[in-house]
Design a binder for this molecule. Structure first.
Ligand code: HEM
Length: 509
C-alpha cells in the first residue's frame, strides 16, 4: 500500500511539474514578456482573446478587405493585405505590440531600429522558428540555418553570387528569355505571372544545375506541389504538434513528394560525382567542390546539406524574381511614359542585340524602375526575428529574451514619413541618386533585407530582371488586358490575386 502511494505521489509530482512547465511556457512566460514591454511604454491592441490573442481581429479585417479591387493607379495594397498593420500603425506609431495566440509580437517599423536588429553582429536576433512544412520545403539551407552552420553555408555559396560570376550567367538568362519571347510572337495576349514563373524556373534550373537542368525542372515542379500542400496545411484549424506524423492523405502525399525530391537530387549529385570536374562551374558544382575539397572544415558541406541548399535556391530564387518581373510589367503598362523611356534607354545602349552584362550595368533608368517596383510591390512583405537574449533596441527599449519581432518591409516602403508625400505613387525618379538617398533614412529600402543575412541572390535577381526586361522592351510594347483586376495578394510572396494578362504589340524590326 505504502509503495502504491509512493508511486502515485511520484506520478503526481511528474504530472504537476509537466503541467507547470507547459503553463509556464504557454501562458506565464509570454505574459511576462508582454508585461515587460507594456511597462516600458510599448502600446498596442489589447482587446484580443485569451487563446487567439489578436488573430481573430486580424482575420476579420483581412476578410473584410478580401474582395477589395484597387484602381490600377493605386499601389495601396496594404489596405487589402495588412489592414491590421495600417490601423494599428496609425494608432500606436512605428513600434507596437500585438498578440499571436498568447505570444506578444513586436512590430518594428522604424528603419533605424530595423537596422539595429538586422545588422546586429553578436547574434542577438535569430530567425524565427518555422513549421515542419517549411523545413521540409527548404531543408536546413541558408535561409533556415543559424550560427556556425549558417556561416559555413554562406562561405560556400557566396562565391557563386559575385558580380563577375553572375555576369557569366547572363548568357543563359538571355537564352531562356529568347525562347519565351519567340513563343510570345505567336500571341497577342499573355498571362505574365505564369510566363515569368516558367522563365525564372528555367533560369535557376540552368544556372544551378548546368547540363542536368532537366532534373532541375523536375525538382522545381515537385517543390511547387509540396509548397501548395504546405500552404493548404497552414490554413488547417487542426494544426496540432502531432498532426504532421499522422498518415492522413495529405501527409502521405507530402512524404511521397519529399522522397521524390530527395531521390532526384541525389541522382543528379551522384551523376556529377562520376563525371568530369570541368562541369562544376555552376552553383551545384561549386557546392560539390566544397563538399569534396573543403577539408579545412570551414567550407565543407555534407551531401544532405547540398541537397537542402538546392531546395533553398529553387524556393528563394525563382518566385521572388518572377513577381518582380510581373509587377514591373504592371507598372510599365500603367505608365506608358516610363515604358517609352526605358525602351529608349535599351535601344540607345544596345539596339536590338542581346544586352551585354556591361551594358546592363549602365541602365540607370531601368535600375530606378526596378527599385521602385521592389519598393511598391516588395515580393517579401515582412520578415521576422526572435530575440535570443534580452536586447537593447534604440535609446530606451529592452526587448525581452524570446520576443518575436516582425519587420514589416511593405509598411516601411509605403510610409509617407519615410518616403515623402508621394510615397504611394510610382516615381522611379526618387532613386536617381541610388537607394540610400531616396528616403529620409538610408536603410529604408528593405526588399532584399540588409545586414549579414541579407539576400545572397540580390545581384542575380537584378541581373536576370534587367536581361529579361530589356529583351521584352526591344521586341514589344505592352499594356494591361482590360479584364485585369488589381488585387495584389500575399501567398508567401506578393502576387496578382487573379493573374495578370498583358496585351502585346510587336515592334517593327
Ligand atoms: C526579387 C528577388 C528577390 C527578393 C525580393 C529576395 C528577398 C530576400 C529577402 C527579404 C531575404 C531575407 C529573408 C530573411 O531575412 O528572413 C532573402 C534572403 C535570401 N535570398 Fe533572396 N530575394 C530575391 C531573389 C533571390 C535569388 C535569385 C536567390 C538565389 C538564387 C535568393 C536567395 C536567397 C537566400 C539563400 C537567402 C538567405 C540568405 C541568408 O540567410 O544568408 N534570393 N531574400
Amino acid at each position: 500500500m505504502g509503495q502504491l502511494l509512493l508511486i502515485a505521489g511520484a506520478v503526481t509530482a511528474v504530472l504537476i511539474s509537466w503541467l507547470w512547465s507547459f503553463l509556464f511556457a504557454f501562458a506565464v512566460r509570454p505574459y511576462l514578456r508582454a508585461k515587460r514591454l507594456r511597462d516600458q511604454g510599448v502600446r498596442g491592441p489589447i482587446n484580443g482573446s485569451f487563446w487567439a490573442g489578436n488573430m481573430e481581429e486580424i482575420q476579420r479585417m483581412k476578410m473584410e478587405a478580401r474582395d477589395m479591387v484597387l484602381d490600377i493607379n493605386s499601389h495601396d495594397h496594404l489596405a487589402r493585405i495588412s489592414p491590421h498593420f495600417v490601423r494599428w500603425a496609425s494608432l500606436y506609431g512605428r513600434v507596437f505590440m500585438y498578440c499571436v495566440g498568447r505570444k506578444p509580437w513586436l512590430f518594428v517599423g522604424d528603419p533605424e531600429l530595423v537596422k539595429q536588429v538586422l545588422s546586429n553582429k553578436f547574434g542577438l536576433y535569430r530567425k524565427m522558428e518555422v513549421g515542419a512544412g517549411f523545413t521540409a520545403l527548404l531543408g536546413k539551407g541558408l535561409v533556415l540555418t543559424e550560427g556556425e552552420a549558417w556561416a559555413r553555408h554562406r562561405r560556400v555559396v557566396s562565391p557563386a553570387f559575385t558580380i563577375e560570376k553572375i555576369k557569366t550567367m547572363t548568357r543563359i538568362m538571355a537564352e531562356c528569355a529568347q525562347s519565351m519571347i519567340e513563343n510570345w510572337r505567336e500571341k497577342e495576349e499573355v498571362e505574365v505571372g505564369v510566363e515569368f514563373q516558367e522563365l525564372t524556373a528555367d533560369v535557376i534550373s540552368h544556372t544551378a544545375f548546368g547540363s542536368s537542368y532537366a532534373a532541375g525542372k523536375e525538382v522545381f515542379s515537385t517543390q511547387k506541389e509540396l509548397q501548395t500542400l504546405i500552404i493548404l496545411a497552414s490554413f488547417s484549424k487542426f494544426d496540432l504538434p502531432i498532426s504532421k506524423y499522422l498518415p492522413t492523405e495529405a501527409n502521405r502525399r507530402r512524404w511521397g513528394l519529399e522522397k521524390k525530391l530527395r531521390a532526384t537530387l541525389v541522382s543528379v549529385i551522384e551523376k556529377r560525382m562520376a563525371s568530369s570536374w570541368s562541369e562544376r562551374q555552376d552553383l551545384l558544382g561549386l557546392m560539390m567542390e566544397a563538399c569534396v575539397n573543403g577539408e579545412d572544415g570551414k567550407t565543407k558541406l555534407s551531401m544532405d546539406e547540398i541537397i537542402d541548399e538546392c531546395k533553398t535556391f529553387f524556393f528563394a530564387g525563382h518566385e521572388t524574381t518572377s513577381h518582380l518581373l510581373t509587377w514591373t510589367l504592371f507598372l510599365l503598362s500603367t505608365s506608358q511614359d516610363w515604358q517609352r523611356k526605358l525602351r529608349q534607354e535599351v535601344l540607345l545602349q544596345c539596339g536590338r542585340s542581346i544586352p551585354h552584362p556591361d551594358q546592363l550595368a549602365k541602365f540607370k533608368l531601368m535600375t530606378a524602375v526596378l527599385l521602385e517596383a521592389l519598393r511598391l510591390y516588395a515580393p517579401v512583405g515582412a520578415i521576422a526575428r526572435t530575440a535570443r537574449e534580452d536586447a537593447e533596441l534604440g535609446p530606451s527599449l529592452t526587448v525581452p529574451k524570446g520576443t518575436d519581432i516582425i519587420i514589416p518591409i511593405s509598411v516601411i516602403h509605403h510610409s509617407k514619413e519615410i518616403w515623402g508625400p508621394d510615397a504611394g505613387e510610382f516615381n522611379p525618379g526618387r532613386f536617381e541618386n541610388g537607394a540610400s538617398k531616396a528616403a529620409s533614412h538610408p536603410g529604408a529600402m528593405l526588399a532584399f533585407s540588409t545586414g549579414p543575412r541579407g539576400c545572397v541572390g540580390q545581384n542575380f535577381a537584378l541581373m536576370e530582371a534587367k536581361t529579361v526586361l530589356s529583351m521584352i522592351l526591344q521586341s514589344f510594347s505592352f499594356s494591361l488586358s482590360p479584364g485585369y483586376k488589381h488585387m495584389p495578394t500575399e501567398r508567401i510572396t506578393l502576387q496578382p490575386g487573379e493573374g495578370m494578362r498583358v496585351l502585346l504589340r510587336p515592334l517593327e524590326e
